[in-house]
Design a protein around this ligand. Structure first.
Ligand SMILES: CC(C)(COP(=O)(O)OP(=O)(O)OC[C@H]1O[C@@H](n2cnc3c(N)ncnc32)[C@H](O)[C@@H]1OP(=O)(O)O)[C@@H](O)C(=O)NCCC(=O)NCCS
Length: 191
């Protein structure tokens, strides 16, 4: 897949992205939010395998580029039987965080997930579901105040991180109706 919006590009990861992804995934500062404060410690072959596993799938792992520079990654899984998409994202280069890009990237991804013909031909996507950690107050602010998502559940001690520390998950969802009403009110009237 490939989406371009202003100076942001979201595109499927390819073999030549392995070096960049491997460096991010093995960096504890980048991976702390996902529960790996020491990084994944992943060999390059495994990174390549993960890039290749979604090559012919509806589920995708993507690079995020700003002005042509790789700054982060995202992924999504489609569960047509549940009419839902399950994405995740991270801006890995700190210089590009807190500048409004995350909000723009997430909204662009959501519009794609709700409109892409291939994804929606398997069953119309009615909601997008994801989670974050209790400590990630920036992410929660973005999801609640800027994306307009619904906090569906706070799940205490939902999972243990790499160091064995129990982490609390905060779950979010946005429905198709909610998304269009908030971000495309004119389109919403025709839905
Ligand atoms: C979470 C993330 C996607 C947000 O994207 P971003 O581009 O950094 O965020 P934006 O610039 O669009 O918005 C940041 C907002 O959070 C606010 N903010 C910054 N730090 C904050 C904090 N510690 N607590 C609460 N709000 C905070 C900013 O003031 C801004 O809000 P405002 O526009 O109302 O002033 C991005 O920072 C990221 O990828 N972080 C690293 C990995 C990660 O956390 N991924 C998400 C896991 S679920």
């Amino acid at each position: 897949m490939r989406i371009e919006k202003d100076n942001i590009t979201i595109r499927s990861a390819q073999a030549h992205d392995a070096k960049t992804l491997n460096a991010w995934w093995n960096d504890g500062r980048v991976m702390e939010h996902a529960g790996f404060p020491n990084g994944l410690g992943q060999p390059m072959e495994e990174t390549l395998r993960q890039i290749n596993e979604n090559r012919n799938s509806i589920n995708q792992r993507c690079m995020i580029e700003i002005d042509g520079t790789p700054v982060g990654e995202l992924n999504y899984k489609i569960h047509s039987d549940k009419a839902a998409a399950f994405p995740g994202w991270k801006i890995c280069e700190t210089d590009y965080q807190n500048k409004g890009y995350g909000t723009k990237i997430i909204l662009t991804l959501f519009e794609f997930l709700f409109t892409d013909e291939k994804i929606n031909s398997l069953g119309k996507i009615e909601r997008i579901v994801w989670d974050t950690t209790l400590e990630n107050t920036r992410a929660q602010h973005v999801y609640e105040s800027k994306i307009g998502a619904t906090k569906t559940k706070v799940e205490e001690n939902a999972w243990q991180d790499q160091l064995g520390v129990w982490r609390t998950a905060v779950h979010y969802e946005i429905t198709r109706k909610q998304f269009y009403a908030l971000h495309f009110p004119a389109v919403n009237k025709q839905q």
